[in-house]
Design a protein around this ligand. Structure first.
Ligand SMILES: Cc1cc2nc3c(=O)[nH]c(=O)nc-3n(C[C@H](O)[C@H](O)[C@H](O)COP(=O)(O)OP(=O)(O)OC[C@H]3O[C@@H](n4cnc5c(N)ncnc54)[C@H](O)[C@@H]3O)c2cc1C
Length: 493
């Protein structure tokens, strides 16, 4: 008889694990607290507009190919590469700057601002690329049984990379580029890790390499959520069952194993193995009541910034906007230093704007655009009260109208805001943190919550807050690592 696997959560990490385990003969059931699958990779439909709720692009798309290849299939979604990757609006410049992978085009874009940009960027990317290739297989895509094994693996990384560990990303860009504008551009990737370049270790300049050289940025044709839709079709065909509006609230255990989990309706669900796609640190604290993960301990950990997002259906076209746009203020350092711990909403916020109707007209009615705004804000440890959410959205709408020369407010057809409380409640994100645990050196590798439980021999973890880390390609890798562990411990069926 097939062994039963129960997965708590249907984020990309949970769905990818379901795919891999069902292919190995496990009978998989997923319990999901939300009304739809996908977790943060979700979709919002309103008045004829469709929005991607969270992720709007991905890198390292070969991980997606590997996921489907591992079950003998081709990826069911079509990907489209972004070039330019995005455009950036600086307050002190009238025109936006397009960020190209092609360094010659990038140099032209910054002519008169950063001399010899292509040559400097080439050197910078080569160095970041060497680091990536020296660590990708040895450190990122591997399981560790203990800290010693992890440290031994780190010692196999060439010593020349050591300074990377002790510098911040900002120091690294400062050494390479002269203009504030280009330094800011090359350090923006720190925000993709939910942090700032002044806190993020220089090793993450490898993200510059993955975005600009290695594999670039891609979007899914038809919207990012198509990936979830297609995966659900495959999982259904493989007999995977999913129950929505079913939140796991407790576990029952015996002799060092989990026997069943209990849901919010009081039902119990038994299985041979259990995989939590719920946050790996918060689940240990909130559900398993582990002292090392109780609230005071969790609060001391370094969490990524919370998302403040809103979704606007707008009448008319805004020619100056492209698919991906960043709107920056004029005090990068000051903003970055206060953004984490401020108790008030940012007054002159930095924000990201995504308009997927630019390349996919099916996302909006004719003559209209779908605008998704993401503003990173402090998590709920610092700013708990979001009763001023309309004010912050309004502030951004005014700024965006001014900088695009288009009166957005009078053309709004529909609007939905998600503040950090909404994000927390929708997907159980700890204190609303958008990307989960941050990636400081003491929170990665063997120092990140493990993908195998410390006490229960049949409980595992997958997703952004376990190894290797956050972002769509990383949670796909996480599903591979946890599947390897499960097969090693429990075998195929
Ligand atoms: C606004 C935003 C923008 C982003 N943009 C990008 C991007 O452009 N590119 C990129 O690569 N990454 C992006 N990310 C990061 C990316 O979304 C995440 O790293 C990834 O989706 C995490 O997947 P996951 O499977 O770990 O968790 P989740 O997507 O959070 O899934 C976990 C699931 O578990 C469910 N759950 C939790 N607790 C329970 C419980 N007790 N019982 C039952 N169900 C439970 C939740 O409801 C959820 O559905 C973005 C994130 C945010 C918030």
């Amino acid at each position: 008889m097939s062994k039963k696997a129960l997965i708590i959560g249907s984020g990309l990490g949970g769905l990818s694990t379901a795919l891999r385990l069902s292919d190995k003969g496990y009978k998989v059931t997923i319990l999901e607290k939300h009304t739809t699958p996908g977790g943060r990779l979700n979709r919002l439909e309103m008045d004829g507009f469709t929005f991607d709720v969270g992720p709007s692009f991905m890198s390292m798309t070969y991980e997606l190919d590997e996921l489907f290849a591992s079950v003998g299939m081709k990826s069911p979604v079509e990907l489209e590469e972004l070039e330019p990757l995005y455009q950036v609006f600086f307050r002190q410049h009238e025109r936006p700057f397009r960020i190209f992978k092609d360094l010659k085009l990038l140099e032209k874009e910054f002519a008169g601002i950063e001399p010899n940009l292509a040559e400097k960027a080439e050197k910078y990317l080569q160095r970041a690329g060497q680091f990536w290739h020296d660590t990708e297989d040895k450190v990122v895509k591997t399981n560790f049984d203990n800290k010693l094994e992890y440290i031994l693996k780190l010692t196999r990384v060439p010593l020349k990379h050591l300074p990377y560990l002790f510098r911040t990303m900002w120091t690294e860009v400062e050494k390479t580029f002269d203009s504030e504008e280009v330094k800011v551009i090359f350090s923006l990737v720190a925000f993709f890790l939910g942090s700032t370049p002044f806190q993020t270790p220089a090793i993450y300049s490898l993200l510059n390499y993955t975005e600009m050289r290695h594999n670039g940025y891609w979007k899914v044709k038809g919207g990012m959520y198509r990936l979830v839709v297609e995966m659900m079709k495959i999982l259904e065909a493989k007999g995977v069952e999913i129950k929505y509006q079913t939140e796991v609230t407790g576990v029952r255990n015996s002799n060092g194993s989990v026997v069943s989990v209990v849901d919010n309706h009081g039902n119990t669900w038994d299985a041979d193995i259990f995989i939590s796609n719920s946050d790996a640190a918060a689940f240990r604290g909130g559900i398993l009541k582990r002292p090392a993960f109780r609230e005071e301990k969790l609060d001391k950990m370094h969490w990524t910034l919370a998302p403040f997002t809103f979704y606007l259906g707008v009448k008319g076209n805004i020619p100056v906007l492209e698919h991906h746009n960043y709107f920056l203020g004029d005090n990068f350092r000051g903003y970055a230093d206060t953004i984490f711990t401020s108790e008030i909403a940012p007054q002159k916020p930095y924000y990201y704007v995504n308009v997927s109707s630019k390349s996919d007209p099916s996302c909006a009615p004719e003559g209209c655009e779908n605008i998704f705004v993401l503003c990173p804000v402090p998590d709920l440890r610092y700013k708990k009260d979001w009763s001023d959410r309309e004010e912050l959205a309004d502030n951004i709408i005014s700024d965006l109208s001014e900088r695009t020369g288009f009166d957005i407010r009078s053309n709004i057809i529909c609007k939905k805001i998600m503040d950090p409380v909404d994000w927390q409640n929708a997907f159980n994100l700890y204190k609303g943190s958008g990307l989960g645990l941050a990636h400081d050196m003491d929170q990665v590798g063997a120092f990140r919550p493990k993908n195998k439980d410390e006490e229960f021999n049949n409980l595992y973890y997958v997703g952004a807050s376990t190894t290797p880390g956050t972002g769509l390609p990383m949670v796909i890798i996480s599903s591979r690592l946890v599947t390897e562990r499960i097969l090693e411990d429990h075998g195929t069926v």
